[in-house]
Design a protein around this ligand. Structure first.
Ligand SMILES: [Zn+2]
Length: 435
């Protein structure tokens, strides 16, 4: 690895070491509709103010499948799933074993934070959902979760919550967990002298409440207060979502689901195993139902017939085989299915009717995973220089590049003067559009 006093390299990209701290936020499930609504109605005055003062507000493209782990890992490695190896929250090995993607041994690329730490830069990762903590801790990066903060300690033995000077951590299904995660990241980052801090939120609110819902309003107001505190603490803040979010219901509010194993069995396909890569421990969010599924076929001769059966289901908008999907979406072929099935904007894909417990959902089904949750908001609190970004399509995995290499970093607790030509989001760069 190349190291110099002013920069470090991770996965082939050089990053500048910031002189003032940066906070990169993965805003879980922040469909652009929430941000546009919150900014329009004045729910986020701090964010509005930094955008008005020259900060960046644009859209970026997320990694498909538009699930949490693949996109968090893309953001922290700066490279696509084809390079970092994480294509789902969950996957099936060649021998048929299903594995939850929490082991850092599954990462095929180092994280930006691990590379920075190896170069002597203070780093910190704080995640709302504990399921991500081990992945983020890869390379001995100090990592904590808001969910389990009450059980965690700093390297010097101090209890994490006491060290941060915060009250008790909210429950995983409490809307206050995400703003608490930002507060925890800022407090610990200041205490530990970290220069590059990553905070990953949770999408419980977005799975539960549509834009404009009172719960969503409370959430965005509280997050704005936490972002304001980060700015006051001297952080340059960059924020990007891992994926969008859509209602997956019919006009009566009933979930629109296609159960693929049920359909395949009924059509006489005998060797199919559907895997829902959204599967994680937080079933009240989504009942393990998202708009993308893998189908594994133990008998390869059944592949084309299975593809035909699934493609004929209402609400299925595309079926690709393994190699076509790997090429189309930058995916690692060994971590996906023989078939990749995409639901349309309003449809989710499940395994079997008996295999998903819809009674645990907290409200109408809202979820993600397909192409319609691929466009995400990208916000940087300070002006971003256009040089080197002309014509480039931005991805959420570019967040650290934008923050560390293209942003006029804060030199005081308040946004200061900037150099060069700034971009404002719509002109110089190619914003991602909905697929
Ligand atoms: Zn997510």
């Amino acid at each position: 690895m190349f190291v110099s006093p002013s920069c470090f390299t991770a996965n082939g990209r050089r990053y500048r070491i910031p002189e003032t701290p940066v906070l990169a936020v993965c805003a879980d499930g922040w469909d652009p509709a929430y941000v546009d609504d919150a900014l329009t109605r004045g729910l986020m005055p701090r964010l509005s103010a930094v955008i008005a003062a020259g900060g960046l507000h644009t859209h970026a493209r997320a990694q498909v499948p538009t699930f949490t782990n693949p996109n968090n890992v893309a953001i922290v490695t700066g490279v696509s799933a084809a390079h970092n190896g994480v294509a789902g929250n969950h996957y099936r090995t060649r021998d048929g074993t299903e594995v939850q993607v929490t082991d850092p041994g599954l990462l095929k690329a180092e994280t930006i934070h691990a590379a920075a730490r190896a170069a002597g830069v203070g780093v910190l990762c704080v995640t709302a959902k504990d399921k991500l903590r081990r992945l983020l801790a890869s390379g001995e990066v100090p990592s904590f979760s808001a969910e389990k903060a009450h059980e965690q300690h700093l390297p010097d033995g101090t209890e994490v919550i006491a060290a941060a000077g915060l009250g008790p951590n909210p429950d995983i299904y409490d809307w206050r967990l995400s703003p608490y995660t930002i507060d925890l990241a800022v407090a610990l980052g200041v205490r530990m002298g970290a220069r590059i801090v990553y905070a990953s939120l949770t999408d419980f609110v977005q799975h539960t409440a549509a834009p404009g819902d009172p719960l969503a309003d409370s959430f965005y107001r509280a997050v704005d207060v936490s972002i304001g505190a980060a700015l006051e603490a001297g952080f340059t803040v960059g924020l990007v979502a891992d994926h969008g979010m859509n209602a997956k219901t019919d006009s009566d509010g009933r979930p629109r689901i296609q159960f693929l194993d049920d359909a395949l069995t009924a059509a006489g396909v005998r060797s199919a195993h559907t895997l829902c890569p959204i599967t994680d421990p937080y079933v009240a969010h989504h009942a393990a139902l998202g708009s993308l599924a893998w189908v594994h076929l133990d008998d390869p001769s059944e592949r084309s017939r299975a593809a035909g059966v699934v493609a004929g289901l209402e609400g299925v908008e595309a079926v690709l085989d393994r190699s076509a999907a790997a090429a189309a979406f930058d995916l690692p072929p060994d971590r996906i299915g023989d078939l990749i099935v995409l639901g349309d904007a309003g449809t989710v894909l499940g395994r079997s009717a008996a295999g998903h417990d819809l009674s645990q959902l907290h409200g109408a089904l809202r979820s993600h995973g397909g192409l319609h949750e691929r466009r995400v908001p990208l916000i940087i609190s300070h002006p971003v220089a256009a040089a080197g970004l002309e014509g480039r399509e931005l991805h959420n995995r570019d967040l650290h590049d934008l923050l560390l290499n293209h942003t006029a970093l804060a030199v005081s607790p308040h946004p200061g003067s900037t150099r060069g030509t700034a971009v404002t989001g719509s002109t110089a760069m190619t914003s991602a559009t909905a697929a």
